[in-house]
Ligand binder design. Structure first.
Ligand code: 5AD
Length: 426
């Protein structure tokens, strides 16, 4: 797929090859129930495919032999997870499918305790700058995908980014997260310029990028200029579903990007959306296993939320209970992970942020972008936003977090995992 240069006009969405556009539009028009059944069947193979590669034996088979109750089995699995930070895939599947209310609370107390053990009650605050909503990608779920003609596109100027950082620095932030669509305008030279500016102004701050897939060479240049962290959610490990969600892309390339980021020494963030259509417990466990193997320093998990101007406008959003269950399991599988209570989680439930923190989250990313553009960075509907200036927004978030009994921490809050990583993927 070729994009014309968008350096001047910025209107590269209209330059997509006609063939590709037509192909996607055909594929997009899923009208009847039987179309949906066909697609669903396409994913069935993936549902069933899961490698059992945990080194641990099944608690389930042992306990079932002894005729134990479901509650006893849940407790044994949670205790095992808490002590060993792992559980075999089949047990994880069983636990997710069978956990009762009381055992959920038990699980959450264990994951909360695990966070406390490594990070105490600290919640790290990161200043988020959404610097462009131009995007060349085709992600069906995302409100800023290239095909959404209704999106009101913007790019922050260098001056606006600089001003956001100045405000952030004065407020005490020491991590800046630059997030944007995959916007070819922000080529390596421009990104290097931005990162150098921030590093010069705030030499002790960490810079995190969330700007999608790029070549190894590009990631290397960004690492060399001082980028500390990189967020790139894998979105789903179900390869067929990945393909349907991103018709022009492959899961394999996503995975390769994550491996490259790890290899280059970035503190790396993976993660997935909860409640994607046709998702099964096996899919969740494959996602969890992927994360366990990759050992990312950060994991972003939030519910999928429908956006009315995307192809997926008729699918329902993910739910709170599954999202916090996944967050809790990730905390137990990767005890030292930096785990944000995401904006999507706060969007689907007014207590979402608190619930996330209570099951082991320890990062929040308040918005530092200029107020004028915030509503245009609309990945999903009703995205939670305080509607206030950065200073007031920070103040409100601080009060909220402290009200829940946590400590707001404005330091860099680097991962405690750094340095101890060995690549298990080939
Ligand atoms: N609902 C929830 N999360 C979304 N993202 C994009 N679109 C949506 C949506 N509709 C998430 C993706 C992406 C991150 C930046 O935002 O997981 O990686």
């Amino acid at each position: 797929m070729k994009f014309k240069s968008c350096e001047s006009s910025g209107d590269f969405m209209t330059n997509l090859s006609k063939d590709v556009t037509t192909k996607i539009c055909e594929d997009v028009s899923i009208k009847s129930k039987s179309d949906i059944v066909k697609i669903k069947n396409k994913f069935i193979d993936e549902y069933r495919r899961i490698d059992e590669d945990s080194q641990f034996p099944s608690i389930l088979s042992e306990y079932v032999k002894n005729g134990r109750s479901s509650k006893e089995i849940c407790k044994a699995m949670i205790d095992f997870l808490y002590v060993n930070n792992d559980l075999c895939n089949n047990d994880l599947i069983w636990l997710i499918d069978n956990i009762d209310e009381e055992s959920r609370e038990y699980l959450f107390s264990k994951s909360g305790k695990t966070r406390d053990r490594y990070y105490g009650r600290n919640v790290y605050l990161r200043g988020l700058i959404e610097f462009t909503n131009y995007c060349k990608r085709e992600c069906r779920y995302c409100g800023i995908n290239a095909f959404n003609k209704k999106a009101n596109r913007y790019r922050l100027t260098m001056k606006e980014i600089e001003e956001s950082c100045d405000i952030g620095r004065e407020l005490g932030y020491s991590t800046f997260v630059l997030q944007g669509g995959e916007d070819p305008y922000f080529n390596d030279d421009r990104m290097i310029e931005i990162v150098s500016m921030i590093k010069e102004k705030c030499p002790n701050s960490a810079v995190t990028l969330s700007i999608g897939e790029r070549s190894y060479e590009s990631y290397m240049k960004l690492k060399e200029v001082g980028v500390d962290r990189f967020l790139l959610r894998h979105e789903t490990t179900n390869e067929n579903l990945y393909k349907w969600l991103h018709p022009l892309s492959e899961f394999e390339s996503r995975k390769q990007c994550l491996l490259n980021l790890k290899k280059l020494g970035f503190q790396t963030g993976a993660g997935f959306m909860v409640g994607l259509p046709w998702y099964s417990t096996v899919d969740y466990v494959r996602d969890l296993r992927f994360i366990k193997k990759l050992q990312p320093e950060m994991v972003g998990i939030g519910p999928f939320i429908t956006h009315e101007d995307t192809d997926m406008h008729h699918y329902k959003s993910g739910d709170l209970d599954t999202t916090i269950l996944m967050l809790s399991l990730v905390r137990l599988l990767l005890p030292k992970v930096l785990l944000p209570a995401t904006t999507a989680l706060a969007t689907i439930d007014e207590n979402g942020r608190k619930k996330g923190l209570d099951v082991g989250c320890n990062v929040i990313m308040p918005n530092l972008s200029p107020k004028t553009h915030r509503k245009d960075y609309s990945l999903y509907k009703n995205k939670k936003s305080s509607g206030s200036e950065s200073a007031q927004a920070l103040d409100m978030i601080k009060r909220e977090i402290e009200g829940y009994g946590y400590i707001c921490n404005m330091s860099r809050g680097d991962s405690k995992l750094t340095g101890s990583y060995t690549i298990k993927y080939k």
